[in-house]
Write a protein of this length. Structure first.
Length: 113
């Protein structure tokens, strides 16, 4: 962003942070839907196939893949697997600096950013 002919890097950093927090919340909402069995098939492509520069979010994505592929015990379809997804969603919302309750960053279309 330009302010008086100069580039204001703090405004760019703030915009980047807001985007990162929003994506974390959207991914958290996806994890809640995945845990409850209400995630749409296209959400997997939107959220899990995508790789993230945000290291924490990327690790949550990898864990979700491991859980769904059976590389982890428990498996996705188990009660324990659903509890893990829900816990990861809470962790993502907390890391985003906002409300850890489901729906805090809801995007009903399941699209990132």
């Amino acid at each position: 962003m330009r302010v008086n002919g100069t580039c204001d890097s703090s405004a760019i950093d703030e915009a980047s942070l807001l985007t990162r927090e929003n994506v974390r919340r959207q991914f958290a909402d996806f994890l809640d839907r995945l845990a409850s069995g209400t995630a749409h098939a296209n959400e997997w492509l939107n959220f899990v196939v995508t790789h993230y520069q945000d290291e924490f979010l990327e690790e949550m994505r990898r864990c979700t893949v491991r859980l769904s592929s059976g590389e982890m015990s428990p498996v996705l379809q188990s009660t324990e697997g659903r509890h893990l997804l829900t816990a990861w969603a809470v962790a993502l919302r907390s890391a985003a600096g906002g409300d850890a309750e489901p729906g805090a960053g809801t995007d009903p279309g399941g699209r990132v950013g």
